[in-house]
Design a protein around this ligand. Structure first.
Ligand SMILES: Cc1ncc(CN)c(N)n1
Length: 206
């Protein structure tokens, strides 16, 4: 089977479901999540987003020129996302100057390590990261207040269109990559799916 973003989700349906369906999201949607659990997720996700911005910036450095437009739009969005996290943390009196939990630290290391991979592997990895959040929040939308803006941020149709473009670019890059890169892309996809699942769970270990 040709390796594409869609084929990875199809091949690993159960693993992808665990990455995108979790009690944390279900409890947000039901309005029963505890404040401390939500706040733990929020602070850790800010730390994640900082490293994700760095990963995107590295991608800009190696992408073909016709892929830059989408990646640069992602960088602009993540700039906005970081400021939005900072405003949210201030409103909630949260200290963002916090140590990452082990899962967050492992995920940040994975994103940093992607920088040593060829572009095609990095393109699949950034797609998987953004697709996981897009699908997770969409599957649990609409969110009630005060979580509506969180569901909207990653579940909105503009973000879905961005994820579709990332998939198109990753598919184009992987189509001309060799078998070693295909294997590396698949390994990154599996690590990302596992870490996405564990990231939700981290909220309960604050
Ligand atoms: C864990 C995680 N994965 C993905 C995203 C979307 N950038 C995020 N904010 N956090």
């Amino acid at each position: 089977m040709t390796l594409t973003c869609a084929s990875l989700i199809e091949k690993y349906t159960d693993i992808w479901r665990d990455a995108t369906v979790h009690p944390f999201l279900q409890q947000c949607q039901a309005g029963t999540i505890q404040l401390s659990q939500f706040n733990t997720w929020l602070v850790q996700d800010y730390l994640f987003a900082v490293e994700c911005a760095r990963m995107l910036a590295r991608l800009v450095g190696v992408a073909p020129s016709d892929h830059l437009d989408i990646l640069l739009s992602g960088l602009v969005s993540i700039k906005d996302e970081l400021q939005w996290f900072q405003r949210n943390a201030a409103t909630r009196n949260l200290d963002l100057n916090t140590q990452p939990q082990p899962t967050c630290r492992e995920y940040c290391h994975l994103m940093a390590s992607a920088g040593q991979q060829p572009y095609a592997v990095q393109a699949v990895a950034i797609w998987a990261i953004e697709a996981a959040y897009n699908q997770a929040w969409r599957k649990h939308s609409p969110m009630p207040e005060p979580y509506t803006e969180f569901g909207d941020r990653w579940g909105n149709s503009n973000f879905s269109a961005y994820v579709d473009e990332l998939a198109r670019q990753a598919d184009a890059a992987i189509a001309v990559a060799d078998k070693t890169q295909h294997q590396a892309a698949e390994a990154f996809f599996l690590d990302i799916a596992r870490l996405e699942r564990d990231f939700w769970q981290m909220a309960y270990q604050g």
